[in-house]
Design a protein around this ligand. Sequence first.
Ligand SMILES: C[S@@+](CC[C@H](N)C(=O)[O-])C[C@H]1O[C@@H](n2cnc3c(N)ncnc32)[C@H](O)[C@@H]1O
Length: 352
Amino acid sequence: MKPCLLVDKSAGEVFRKKLHQLSLLDNHYKIRRINDKIAFPLKAPPTQELLAELKKLGDFVLSSMEFEELRRKPRDLIEALGDVLTPFELSLLPRSFDVVGDIAIVELPDELLHVKEKVGKALLTIYDNVKAVYMKYGKVNGAYRIRPLEHIAGEAKTETVHKEYGCFFKLDVMKVYFSPRLSWEHWRIASQVKKGEVVVDMFAGVGPFSIMIAKKVRGVMIYAIDINPDAIKYLKENIKLNSVENSVIPMLGDAKDVIETQLRGVADRVIMNLPSDSIKFVQVACKALKENGGIIHYYAFASEDKTFKDVEEEFIVEVSRSGRSVKNILFKRIVRAVAPRTWQVVLDAFIA
Ligand SMILES: C[S@@+](CC[C@H](N)C(=O)[O-])C[C@H]1O[C@@H](n2cnc3c(N)ncnc32)[C@H](O)[C@@H]1O
């Protein structure tokens, strides 16, 4: 039984506001309607002083009765798991995680592995749009740059459609690379492309750069290469999904072979988003550029051992080995942290 205030329905809103203002209304319980009366659940019986305040609004009856408890969604993992985990475990909960379409991907420290299902279920409770939760259990690796994932809660689905700046990307989180953390970078590059340009996206994945460019800029031609057959399968679907059939050409294969055999001297712009290995492809990227030059968006990893300056110098040397030169570095920035003291960086360079 909870203390409550019974008022005429006609005065309900006035009393509700006042009870809220006086911090008397207990929001964890559902307000009841009983015939022509409204019953407000109270946190505690009002003091004489508060009763005097309420009397100014009109007649009421102080009573007590049962109220239905309202189930409010927790706002974050700490609130959701506050009664379940120890304070130490709560302090280790991830502050952020990736959401790809309706799939959440979390990284948990070893100390939380025994409660991984609880963390997964909590995420499903907090976020209505999340239908499945996976846990990272290894690094992005291999030629296809895929990360091993373990299902920890919700539907055991791995395919989803991710929306980014009005583009749709269908993909399987277990079979292809995709990072929602690169969405602004995809947009940044797409914003630089001019009407009529030819672009070579050397490591296209499911097409976030290529498709965003094609949707944003008219009259472009984008050659989107990837070595992973699943990435190309989804890229083809995404080309249709985004109605850019006339601007994006999917090409399955090793970017080196594809450029050497089919794309020499065609591009105004080359995108090289393979930060782990892009240095090995700089010379062939230069071959893809038109004779009068063009822009390369070069991604790499920088760390304490290999600084951003080292990355830049290495790139400049590699370009010169191809017989061309870096006319100027148009822009550079740290894209994101990928591990403690390791960053993905980008250089936009004009190659003469
Ligand atoms: C880091 S992912 C980037 C994907 C996409 N550009 C994005 O932003 O999401 C790198 C991609 O390069 C592909 N890849 C790796 N080696 C390749 C090669 N030699 N030729 C073409 N694609 C390659 C991988 O399969 C992967 O899809």
